[in-house]
Design a protein around this ligand. Structure first.
Ligand code: CA
Length: 517
């Protein structure tokens, strides 16, 4: 029988347990989100398609192979076609149509130059200032980013690399304002001026007023070190504090690579040059190899510190591989069998290489063919951290994929995924231009704003998007156009206007059955 004092102690113990249910503890998993910039679905030796491709044989990513062997490969993971919309969706859990940071950000309050002089379209004033944790910032998506929630729950949160979710001179440009305890090299810009330490990563007098030089890495200036390697060294240094304190950490390892400027990593380029590859492609392949080495070094560190069994690793890229410009060889072919690349709503622009290793949960060397989208990472990461009790000012569109991880065979064919880009990217090519789109089941409908016209593809049967079925599959066209229109109206999505008539671009459904709508 308990003595009164024991009952009191028991009561206190229960109280403290229930009160602390969402607090991070030494048993909370560490989370490493390894986020690559502009890496395509085929830029790896891990095959994400049903068969191995020439690209899988070209690129050497042994550490991605290692991660795939230890974890789960997602074959239909989506992002948006350009950087900032993806990064804001990742940080806020909102779909781009809702958060309105629909194009890439840089300067405060300013539309991109390519958007101000378009010959046929007048673009809306989208949220050019990006993500903001402060509700008073105009033209910004006000939200509570999930790193803030992790931080409040006791996680040590570390940002390394490219941020690119807030414009210059706004709170969102600095990762320290969105829930990170540590920020190394993250700021408003979405690309580095240089990958070379010998060039001070662009920090020279000639570029002192430019947004592109990489901040914070002064100690490497003048050294022959590649940017990806310097970021990896800094990440490991930053991890030592939480690892030695036994505090759970969230490391957002957001590489600048493999974004332009395409600059060879001298450690890896020779074999690609020797095989006679186009020079730019050899440089690019060396950047991929360098990214992979960074992943491997971080995995080694976790092993060395004996925290590998309590660390979840998520691998993802922010948009498709660049193909419309700046690459060697024929444009729009660098993500084959997918069509097009970065900037495009075709699969090459949005389908990403994604891996998840969750010790004790993901089955080693498993595959998951369910589709998901970048905003899903928000609720997923919080669920992985054991945090369920949180409030946000924003409505979260993302759906946790924890259940999909636990039950990979389940297939939800009814969930619609949406993309919305009432903007201009610049280059031209398949699937590039202002658009709205929906994927549901095997089908994908794309609505191009300028032409007010459709492409309808059966993604399962025609992954390369070669057969536009809009003229023949009319009931599917109407069903998806209605669903897409309803969603866009529900989230109050911005649409461009036609420059000449000044009329707003019609909702997709109104282009099909104007009489009944
Ligand atoms: Ca990108």
């Amino acid at each position: 029988m308990f003595k009164p004092i024991s009952l009191l102690l028991l009561g206190l113990l229960l109280l403290s347990c229930s009160g602390a249910k969402d607090e991070a503890s030494s048993t909370s998993p560490n989370i490493l989100l390894f986020f690559v910039d502009d890496m395509g679905w085929q830029d790896t030796s891990v095959p994400f398609w049903k068969e191995e491709t020439a690209f899988n044989r070209l690129y050497k990513t042994p550490n991605m192979e290692r991660l795939a062997r230890q974890g789960m490969k997602f074959t239909q993971a989506y992002a948006t076609p350009v950087c900032s919309p993806t990064r804001v969706s990742l940080m806020t859990g909102m779909n781009a149509a809702r958060h309105r940071v629909t194009n890439w950000t840089l300067h405060k309050d300013r539309l991109q130059p390519m958007e101000t002089g378009h010959k046929n379209l007048q673009f809306p004033h989208w949220n050019v200032n990006g993500l903001s944790p402060d509700s008073t910032i105009q033209h910004a998506a006000y939200a509570k980013p999930y790193p803030m929630i992790l931080q409040e729950a006791g996680y040590h949160t570390i940002h390394v690399g490219k941020a690119h979710f807030g414009a210059i001179g706004t709170p969102g440009e600095d990762p320290l304002n969105v829930g990170f305890d540590v920020n190394i090299a993250g700021h408003a810009a979405g690309a580095p001026k240089s990958y070379y330490g010998t060039e001070n990563f662009g920090n020279t007098t000639a570029f002192q007023n430019s947004p592109w030089p990489v901040p914070d890495l002064d100690k490497y200036h003048g050294d022959s070190i590649y940017l990806t390697e310097a970021l990896k060294n800094e990440a490991i240094e930053a991890l030592r504090t939480p690892v030695s304190n036994g505090q759970p950490f969230f490391l957002y390892m957001a590489l600048y690579a493999v974004h332009t400027p395409i600059m060879a990593d001298p450690r890896f380029v020779e074999p690609y040059l020797e095989m006679g590859l186009d020079t730019i492609e050899a440089w690019y392949a060396s950047m991929v190899a360098s990214m992979d080495k960074c992943l491997g070094d971080l995995m080694d560190f976790l092993q060395e510190k004996a925290i590998v069994d309590n660390t979840i690793i998520l691998f993802m890229s922010d948009n498709g591989g660049l193909s419309a410009l700046a690459r060697g060889g024929e444009p729009h072919t660098h993500n084959k069998p997918l069509s097009s690349g970065k900037g495009s709503i075709h699969e090459g622009g949005i389908r990403e290489p994604m891996l998840v290793k969750w010790p004790g949960v993901t089955k080693p060397e498993s595959e998951n063919d369910n589709y998901l989208i970048i905003e899903d990472f928000y609720p997923t990461i919080l669920e992985m951290a054991g945090i369920s009790d949180y409030e946000t000012p924003q409505k979260i569109d993302g759906k946790s994929f924890v259940d999909l991880i636990k039950h990979p065979a389940s297939q939800d064919q009814n969930r619609p995924l949406y993309w919305h880009y009432p903007n201009e990217w610049g280059p031209t090519g398949p699937g590039i231009g202002a658009f709205s789109a929906v994927r549901k089941g095997d089908w994908k409908l794309i609505y191009y704003h300028e032409e007010e016209d459709f492409e309808l593809f059966n993604i399962k049967e025609d992954l390369g998007e070669t057969q536009n079925l809009a003229a023949t599959e009319t009931s599917k066209l109407e069903e998806l156009a209605r669903e897409l229109s309803n969603y866009l109206k529900e989230v109050d999505a911005q649409m461009p206007a036609h420059r000449e008539s000044k009329e707003q671009v019609a909702w997709p459904i109104d282009r099909i059955s104007p009489a009944i709508n």
